[in-house]
Design a protein around this ligand. Structure first.
Ligand SMILES: [Zn+2]
Length: 373
């Protein structure tokens, strides 16, 4: 995640804060200092209210961090390194270097977060009931922190993947069905239904009750829906392409075009062969790649006098991969370089194939139709 800055390291794990968190920090301190505490405890100076607001917000920040550390320490115990912890607008994320390999391991890693929040709620709640007085500022602050931890634990247990509850749900499905893809698909579907329900309920709240609080529900529902969809497709890609070589997916019936060809000839190529792109080759030298998009950008009246050499994407700006490259890695490269195609070349520069996003999608479809085993 970008727009984050590093705060500290805890047991070697980098802890980062996303800029959106600063806004929440300010808004929460403000509303605690200006409205919540003056309402709960009367007659204190504004400095005291502000101090209480800021300290309470810091304690909540520490609670979110502890929840993520709960996940992280158990993950490390399970042999999964943690890349970093990022705290952002809705809480935090502990980024794991890999996904848990067994349902049991996922259950432990995921369960650790809500358990930590429940424990914090019990500790702060106990502190409040045993030692502190209602109506006094310290008591009210601790009671507030206790409730937030309880809400955090319960909210995270909502079974909407990728929330903790959705992951726990998946680990149970995974355990009984022995199939992570199927388990994820059901968990994501169930999470999507819940998100749509939250979005619908948000609209009802806005239109029938006139309460803008519904916007948060819509926003939250949408975020969870998106996150569920993208984690599912990532998993599908990873599972489908893991251990698959590029040579197995690439197109090998290559149609190449010469750099000297005119754009009119190129247009004929597109019409005849119906590919989205052609490698540009002269003799045994590959010059680059030319796409339908490149052609469309040139006005039609210039086509007869312009050559392919003028509009091609040169080899050094093209994604070039090897036939033995791992398909999952190439997929990632295509995504980060925002390109839909790669030329497949041997070490000696011989062009052996073309790999497009379409080839990859076709492979996934085939995989799904013919079974996941
Ligand atoms: Zn969590």
């Amino acid at each position: 995640m970008n727009n984050s800055f590093r705060l500290t390291y805890i047991r070697g794990i980098p802890v980062e804060i996303h800029v959106s968190w600063l806004l929440i920090f300010f808004l929460l301190s403000l509303s605690l200092a200006q409205s919540y505490f003056p309402l709960m405890v009367e007659g204190l100076s504004s400095q005291v209210y502000w101090a209480a607001g800021i300290i309470t917000t810091l304690l909540i920040f520490a609670s979110v961090l502890t929840h993520e550390l709960g996940h992280s320490f158990v993950a490390i115990n399970e042999g999964i390194p943690i890349k970093k912890i990022t705290l952002f607008i809705f809480g935090g994320v502990a980024q794991m270097e890999a996904e848990p390999e067994t349902p049991r391991s996922e259950l432990k890693v995921t369960g650790a977060g809500p358990m930590t929040s429940f424990a914090l709620a019990a500790i702060t709640g106990g502190l409040y009931y045993l030692f502190l007085t209602p109506g006094q500022i310290i008591g009210e602050a601790i009671f507030f922190v206790a409730r937030i931890n309880l809400i955090m634990a319960v909210f995270n247990l909502v079974p909407a993947f990728p929330l903790d509850g959705g992951r726990l749900f998946r680990s149970i499905l995974w355990y009984f069905g022995k199939n992570i893809l199927k388990a994820t698909r059901i968990a994501v579907l169930f999470g999507s239904l819940l998100s749509f329900f939250a979005i619908g309920f948000g609209f009802v709240v806005i239109f029938f009750q006139g309460d803008l609080w519904g916007i948060w529900l819509i926003f939250l529902g949408w975020m969870i829906y998106q996150a569920g969809q993208s984690s599912y497709s990532q998993l599908v890609f990873k599972e489908t392409f893991s251990g698959i070589r590029v040579s197995k997916i690439m197109s090998t019936d290559l149609r190449t075009i010469s750099p000297d060809a005119t754009l009119e000839q190129l247009a004929d190529y597109f019409l005849n062969y119906k590919y989205g792109a052609f490698p540009v080759v002269y003799g045994s030298t590959t010059h680059g790649i030319v796409t339908l998009q490149d052609l469309k950008e040139v006005p039609r009246e210039k086509w007869p006098h312009t050559t392919v050499a003028h509009i091609l994407t040169p080899l050094k700006e093209t994604l070039v991969i090897k036939p033995e490259s791992d398909a999952a890695e190439v997929m990632m490269k295509m995504a980060t370089q925002n390109t839909g195609r790669a030329l497949v070349m041997e070490d000696d520069g011989e062009l052996v194939g073309l790999l497009s996003r379409t080839d990859m999608m076709r492979f996934i479809q085939m995989h799904m139709v013919l079974g996941e085993e």
